[in-house]
Design a protein around this ligand. Sequence first.
Ligand code: C2E
Ligand code: MG
Ligand code: MG
Length: 651
Amino acid sequence: MRPYVSVGLVVLLLLGTSSVIIYFQKTLLEIEEVLPITLSKQEREIRVLVNSMGTLVQNIGFARADQSAKSFRVVFRQTLEIERHLEQVRENYRFNDVLGATAIHAKLNPAIVDIKSWLSDGLFNFEPTSAQTMKLAETRAKQAHKEAEILLRQVGETAIDVLTKQSLRIDNFRGIMIVTLTALGIMAIGLVMLGFRLQSIVYALRESEEQIRYRANYDSLTHLPNRLNFIEHLSEAISRGRRDPGQIALLFIDLDRFKTINDTLGHDYGDELIKQVASRIRKAIRETDVVSRLGGDEFTVLLSNMTDEIHASIIAKSILDQLSRPFQLFGHEVYSGASIGITVCPQDGSDTMTLLKNADMAMYEAKDQGRNTFRFFTSQMTDRARQFLELDKEMRRALIQDELQIHFQPILEMENKALVGVEALLRWQHPLKGLVLPDEFIKVAEETGLIEDIGLWVLQRACEQALPWLENDLHPEFYLSINISMRQFKGGFDRKQLLKILDQTGFPADKLQLEITETLLMDDDKRIREVLSDFREIGVRLAVDDFGTGYSALSYLREFPVNTLKIDRSFVHDIVNNKNNRRLVETIINMAHGLELVTIAEGVETEEQDALLSELDCNMVQGYYYCKPVAAEEIRNLARRTPDIRIVHSS
Ligand code: C2E
Ligand code: MG
Ligand code: MG
């Protein structure tokens, strides 16, 4: 029911109620008017009768006095007239005898009947016109007239009484009627209001039902179809494709730098980026293609009725062009880019899940190929996925069978090149592949979560191995630096776990440094901040690893209890030739010193780099120029060779 229908109903009800009131009022007024008219008419009739009776009395008197035949006839005719009149009155008021016409009839009629019979037949042996007959008739008429006059007086009183009662009854009736109609009116309005309320409840229910349906099918941020909706579109297209020879292609799009932007600039910026990405993808495709947001920074596009695969490449290219242009996010210029995986139906899969899974795999391949590019799915990719699972299985075995090892890379003081610390770096002594470096397996371990166990193992093993170095002739400030993955923190790594290992190994907390990533600092999780503060509280040092690569907002450093910045080796690498990098490293060092943070340059490979870093006042250095990561046994030998520990072997 629409609102104007309800308003119409209220108006109709009000009009209806008021017309009923007006109708009743009019009827009552009419009744009020009619009764007095009826009464006065009846009273007049009765009065006329009584008066006629009076005249009859007089006429009989005349006739008695002059004894003429004419007078006698007058009397007789009048008797007949009164009799007829009486009959008429009785007839008229038979059903409406308010004032007592019947009573008058009862009084006058027997007298008239008597007089008439006396005047026509005579009385005993007197002639009808005889003085005796006339006398008796006169007496009878007088008596009847008198009684009729008494009745007439009563008629007046009765009329007043009837009128008073009627007006009282009408007043009462009017009161009751007004109260009843008002109550009815109020009830009607109440009902309509209730109708309104019900109607608005129904509206709200319908709206929330629509919202629920919308939420179940669309992404609330971009208003694009969501995963569920997309899968429906895809399976429809697949079944249509079975009847129709045109090809279907599925594009799986993943943004390249979303996580960094989200972590560093915040979720509002992340959301804004997603919205802009959605609208740019829409611009790059045809009206008939379906774009959806699967979640996070993942989008899919369904291209139907394609003539060949080149068409999918053209659209993928145009999406990449759109997404590689800078985005303006609340005044910040941000670059994102994307990687796209493409599957074609039916070659790469004939059901929704296979097509999606394979497109996802192709997207990872595009990422591995250097990002901001697209890749078609190939069967080798499924092999890679198999390898991923295989690697996970093997790593679990490696952890149990003690195939993991730790190498240590020296960290030197810049000024006197003293060995002040070592970084523990994980190695995997694979029975067939030989020594495997972390880049080949850490990512998988992070994805599967195995890094949580591996991380604890590294911590325990490195502390055990490094403990004797503290007791002997190594530098008094000597410390052990260990990498902790973000996934480890997310998995519950905290003060309790750390204290337990320090307890078991006897390694002093103040000789331990944990290397964390910039993205960990950007994380909104309050718990992580608390855990980091806990670590500082027990004396553990915190270093930000690979500093400068994580889109870092320097202001974060002020808020966190870190001690050290490890400048990423990508800056150190061309510090000598690239002026910008040199300036950047200089700024990082100056800023770090301003914040009383220690700086370590990673990946120092040449004398020039070393000299330049020394010039820039970097506190410590680590790199192949001095020493590659070495097995634990080598560390003591190296320490003995300080200040010139330079050997470049091992891993
Ligand atoms: P990272 O923590 O930044 O470690 C430094 C990496 O740079 C090491 O690679 C080291 O061998 C390498 N490196 C040191 N000096 C030079 C140099 O002069 N030139 C070049 N080209 N490279 C140099 P590695 O051992 O392969 O480790 C790679 C990454 O794996 C580490 O980067 C770290 O992020 C991760 N990783 C290693 N061990 C662990 C671990 O026990 N736990 C966790 N969570 N991550 C680890
Ligand atoms: Mg490190
Ligand atoms: Mg590093």
